[in-house]
Write a protein that binds this ligand. Sequence first.
Ligand code: TXA
Ligand code: MG
Length: 351
Amino acid sequence: ITKVVKIDESNISREAVREAGRILAGGGLVAFPTETVYGLGANGLDARAAAKIYEAKGRPSDNPLILHIARMEELEPLAAEIPEEARALASAFWPGPMTMILKKTAAVPYETTGGLDTVAVRMPSHPVANGIISAAGVPIAAPSANKSGRPSPTKASHVIEDMDGRIDMIVDGGEVGIGLESTIIDMSEGIPTVLRPGYITMDMIRRITGRVELDKASMGQMAPGVHPKAPGMKYRHYAPKAELTIFRGRPEISAAAISSALKKAASEGKKAGVICTEESIGLYESPVKKCVGSRRNPETIAHNLYDVLRAFDEEQVDCIFSESFEDYPLSGAIMNRLIKAAGHRIVECQE
Ligand code: TXA
Ligand code: MG
């Protein structure tokens, strides 16, 4: 049985944090909130504990885990080499939603890194995450706390849906802030390279290091022979049950295209849902409209995206049409997830 404990972020129960730390140190599994998404934690230096994570998630074992630390001193024993640029990024963005790939030391088991000679490390800023990692006293391997192939959890109820009965404890710290997983930057060879876009944008990284590249395969536009450097990026992710199609183009143009697609679906006797915004929800005639946020505040779109994708699985719809969300600093992160959820079904809407 899984114990669910509520924690108030502004008045954190020391008892609950200590209990979570004890379970982790003893080789058990605890899900906890971070500022990005909920993580499913285990002792990252214990191969058997890491194996339990793969089992609980149903995750392929070649997909490596991120090690979470609470203080900078904890990085040295994990990373064989810490380039100057990595130190600069750490002081700019840690604690926070950034993961760095570095050459690993022998202390990090290959079971955690999916057999790679590199290790992913992140220092989260969420006080509950930080407290639990400190209490455990070891680096905590924590993938997103969803079953493999489902959207990452942004609320404890999502974690309960996927993990109840499969892990020892769920720490319910309410809704997470950002709602999309951390930016992953490969610092293990030469030019800093973004393997997974997130809240920390390319521009923010460039301001610190002066240079940054985007892994060409990260958007999943995989030409034959092109493989993403983050093994997790090759799996079909975040896919809702109903077929999702993105309509790309200026909001007014795509709204018109979605409206005619809705009419066509209705005439074929299909039930179609829509992912739209506060600004556009009034434009559509559909029995199932889900508002993902406001274009005036794109952070709301990142925050709600996974919840909306999950919510569609409870709806009896045949297909889902989504607007696209370009032109914001967070667009790289948002569209990366949405395009994968859509399995690359994109309609380009002409002016
Ligand atoms: O925001 C986050 O990063 C969340 C929270 C819980 O911290 N965690 C998370 O973990 O998103 P996960 O396991 O769902 O995604 C980790 C990604 C995968 O795509 C994996 O392939 C990649 O990081 N990764 C891990 N270690 C790597 C390595 N050594 N080299 C390349 N990619 C790596
Ligand atoms: Mg994940």
